[in-house]
Structure formats: C-alpha cells, structure tokens
Design a binder for this molecule. Structure first.
Ligand SMILES: O=P(O)(O)O[C@@H]1C[C@H](O)[C@@H](CO)O1
Length: 289
C-alpha cells in the first residue's frame, strides 16, 4: 500500500524516524537495548549512566524540545550495570501543545536504535486511599483517557514496519518485568512503599477537580497523571517490552472541605525526597533484567 504523504498532520514517515535514529547511531558508540523515560523531577536517573554521550534535544534532527520545569531536555546514552542504555531526561507532554504523534516520536526512534525494553517513569497523584505520598507504584495497567477522546498515537496511517493495525493492550505492562521489579524492590528495601496498580492518563495541564478524582476512583484507577500512556501504546505497537513506575508525589483531593491544592512544586519536592530510592531501584532493575 502506498504511504500517506509525510506532510500528513497525523503522523511522521518511517524515513523521518529513521533519519533521527541514524543520526544518533552515527554520533554514539552505544547500542542500547534499554531505554528509560524520566518523569517530572526524575531526570537524575540519567546521571547514573557512565561513559555518557549527551545530546540536547535541539541538536537532534527532527526531535521535539521539552518545556516543563523538572524536564532537562536531553537524550543521554551511557552504560549502567554494564549495559548500554539511553535515557530521555525530559519527556514531551500533550498539554505542551505537541500533537500525540510528536509526544511519542522518541519511542519509535528507540525502536529503530535497537531498543527492546522501555522503563517509563512518571510523577502521579495517588487516587487509591491506601497509597501514601512517596510510594512507588508498578504499573499493571492503564486507562487511556485521551484515547477515549480520539487522541490515540496510533490513529492515522499504520506503517506495518512498526507494527500491526490493531495491537493488543491487555498485556501492555510485561508480567516478567513486573515480577523482577517487585523482587528488586524487596531486595533494595523499597518493599514498604511499593504498590502495583492502574495509572490513568488525563491530558492536563489543569489538575483534577474533586468530582473528576471521585470518577477516576470509581473507574478503578490508583494513580492519575498526564503522560506515559501514549509512549506505552507506541512502544507496545512496535513490540517493545514495557515496565512502568509511578512515584506518588501527592494525594489527590477528594474532600470539598480540604485546604490542600495540587501543585507542581509539591510534585518536584516529593521526587527529590525519593530520588535516591528510585535511582537505586532502577539501577538494580537494569542489572536484573
Ligand atoms: O512527566 P510526568 O508525567 O512525570 O509529569 C507529571 C505530570 C505533569 O507533567 C506534571 C504535573 O505536576 O508532573
């Protein structure tokens, strides 16, 4: 079938992703099989890498740029636990004004680099009443709320070189990787604040109303955030294994008498508090997978 023109507003061509991947391969000796996407305030994960090659997003052909505080905006190649990794220090969010295809652009580049496993992290609000601020939640599933409204990154022409038209999502979060994550968390002393649950993505950037939080709780979501799901959908489409980790940076407000207000400063403060635990966990995870 003939490909749609590359000027189509709803997608990039295979050749465009390939141009970015080839440029990166020509500029680094690393051949990563693992990619890490750093959530808000979690960019310190990239500092774990040794023998680094750092590429500011604006220097990478066709790469978008990141505009959110807590997201540095560079791609870091390097070695962790003796394994080549690539780390997105700063991700792209739909609410920044990027279309959903641009938000997920790096994931297809990872695939073309030869990446096989993506570890995706985020800061999220805790909906589950038994969760505490500072808990780490392994994602076992997600609710793609923007997808309900037609914002699925796989909409538009399907290039079979990436994956099939109708990919399954019931196994989005790899069962074996989740087991390794649970085991590693226990070994690293993180078991006391480890959860496993469902992440719901909303478009943002406004935080949720009380009524919205109550609705999401009824839907079975444990955490709410503004990212991750589009990246996971695209990663699964091209056959990458996914592990998702949310850091519960705040508890959502569900009481009309509460004086609490969700805010990004609190989100970043909590990430600072848990940075070392998360870094230890991710580092050891990479050794174990
Ligand atoms: O990139 P993530 O999902 O970690 O960032 C979360 C969601 C918003 O970007 C921001 C809200 O505080 O943090």
């Amino acid at each position: 079938m003939e490909a749609a023109p590359s000027t189509s507003p709803c997608r990039y061509s295979y050749e465009e992703y390939k141009e970015t991947a080839d440029w990166l391969l020509a500029h680094t000796k690393q051949r990563p099989k693992i990619a890490i996407i750093c959530g808000s305030g979690l960019g310190g994960l990239a500092d774990l890498l040794g023998d680094k090659a750092v590429f500011p997003y604006e220097d990478i052909p066709r790469f978008p740029t990141s505009t959110v505080p807590g997201h540095a905006g560079q791609l870091v190649f390097g070695s962790l636990q003796g394994r080549d990794c690539v780390c997105m220090q700063g991700r792209f969010h739909f609410y920044e004004g990027y279309d959903i295809h641009t938000v997920t652009y790096p994931v297809r580049v990872f695939y073309l680099l030869g990446v096989e496993t993506v570890i995706v992290t985020n800061a999220a609000g805790g909906l589950n009443g038994s969760y505490n601020v500072g808990d780490i939640m392994i994602l076992k599933d997600h609710i793609n709320m923007p997808g309900f409204a037609g914002q699925n990154p796989l909409c538009g022409h399907n290039d079979i070189r990436f994956g099939e038209r109708f990919p399954c999502m019931s196994d989005a979060y790899d069962r074996d990787l989740r087991a390794v994550a649970r085991q590693t968390a226990e070994e690293q002393g993180c078991g006391g604040f480890l959860q496993e649950g469902v992440y719901c993505m909303l478009a943002g950037p406004s935080y949720e109303t009380i009524a919205e939080c109550k609705l999401l709780q009824m839907l079975g979501a444990d955490c709410v955030g503004m990212s991750t799901v589009p990246e996971v959908v695209v990663a699964r489409h091209c056959g990458l294994r996914v592990l998702g980790l949310s850091l519960v940076t705040n508890k959502v407000v569900t009481d009309y008498d509460s004086a609490e207000k969700a805010n990004h400063e609190e989100v970043l403060r909590t990430t600072q508090r848990r940075t070392q635990d998360l870094e230890r966990l991710v580092s050891q995870l990479i050794a174990n997978i």
